[in-house]
Design a binder for this molecule. Sequence first.
Ligand code: M6R
Length: 606
Amino acid sequence: MCGIVGYMGKENAMDIIINGLKHLEYRGYDSAGVAFVEKKKIKKIREKGKVDLLKKEIDKLKIITHSAIGHTRWATHGSPSKENTHPHSDCKNKIALVHNGIIENYLELKNLLKSKKHKFSSDTDTEVIAHLLEENLKHYPIFDSILNTINILKGSFALLFIFADYPELMIGVRKNSPLVFAEKDGDSFFSSDIIGISTYVDRAYFLEDETIVFLNKSKFSFFDFKGAEKKIPAKRIEKSSFFIEKKGFKHFMLKEIFEQPEAIRETIQDRYSIEDGTINIGIDKSLFEGIDKIKILSCGTSYHAGLIGSYFLESFGGVETSVILSSEYPYKELKEKETTLFIAISQSGETADTLKAIRKVKGKNRIIAITNVPESSITRESDNYVLTHCGPEISVAATKTFTSQVALLFLLSLQLSQQKNALNKKEIIKLLEELRKIPVQMEGVLNKSSLIEKSASKFYQKENFLYIGRWINYPVAMEGSLKLKEISYIFSEAYSGGQLKHGPISLIDEGTPLIAIAPEDRAKVKILSNIEEAKTRGAEIISIGTKGDSELLSLSDVMFSIPPVNEFLSPFLTIVYAQLFAYYIALRRGVDIDQPRNLAKSVTVE
Ligand code: M6R
């Protein structure tokens, strides 16, 4: 979950590396570093903290070089100290490398290398690679040494190497961690994600697993892990209509919350026709043929989107659906029947847990991936994929990708329903019409953001929150609670309203804030009782309900209202209040909203 960038060409590499690392900071921001070759010596600049600190240091030193590698780190092995900051080197400082991923057998290798008198200067797993390569270089030429080294490593790695003795050489390696290579007018670029270099290039090579890129000056070739040359086609990069700028918003998160209506419009447009009540999200009919079960695999916010989607799939498509955390799926001892369809949801398309889970069923079961990143690993490893069209999501806290995933699941379930004749045409048209209205209704909710800001100023000093919801808004409560935890560092927990009395109600005391998601729907009467039970015990009630609901209003200390909508569609609106609430609480608490501590946007470790 780190970001790596490499450049070799006519420009000052430092500008390109720093710019790339800034774009990749969503992958981790514990520390950052660069390395380059000067007079046949490896030079490194490394700083604990964010890329801006590294930039300051580089600017101070006025470095100009035409080839360099860089890294922004999310610490896994070893604390986020300067010593553990990448790039790392061998004993003689002849090699420098940056790494994204995890070397699972590093301890075993470290012990072996220590027995051969190698001296280590960090606690990272990465450093073993430099020493292993150094050891190989004692006996073999460079290319063979690379092959020997990477074939011993277990785990996941995207690597970039430079060499003091070969200043015109840069080697990139990909296994289970993303890496993109691009070339334009003799300049060459590497990046963990196309976003790191998309300003400079129009086409790129999205490297497949087990690929080596051998770059010598401006000449490059691709090889597999056995050393055989291979061809990879360059692909055009789709530049998004959403900009990677804050556009006047204080944070990316707030901008992305406000982009939700547009992200949903972009995601659903051209995928259905209201006139004839048909849906076509671009997946083959055969995917739904004969299925009797659906299993959704996902993590975090995507898991919550999956939970909401499961109600659509069961109610509209009539297929029993379960949602499983990808990180738990590998432990299940199941013989999946061929008639089970898998849906993997991941905004980044790089989540290692989800990737591992789908690999378990790949080749045996049909898989549909829902991601926001066209060339991501999950997209490429799934037989079929459908994209949300949200543009890049920079804030670590997912918002617009969540609601777009839900919109896509809504359409997917209607397509399933259409194919299975579960709902009739009239019913499908009605639901499509309601979905089409959602972006405008969302704008209405967003227009009330100042109300949320005001109430956040009342609650921001609370030390814990409870969230409750029922049925389709239970996952909204979970997502609202996750948002609050993630960016404000306040402890919160979400429960189904019906579960309060089974234990958590004992947490409620005078003044405990309880956020109740209670719009007009089939669960409304029951959740009102749950709110009442909490209020009787002293809870302060912040509710999100339907406009004109006087009963809910009378129970609430603060109430935010959504317009009356189809009960299946309320999560699109209730979640916006929950996102804004978390945002304004975090703003008041003065934390780093876009890059909360200990987190990273793309979680490429298990
Ligand atoms: O990229 P993915 O959707 O697979 O990511 C899954 C989770 O890591 C992610 O949703 C995480 O929980 C977010 N930070 C939530 O805001």
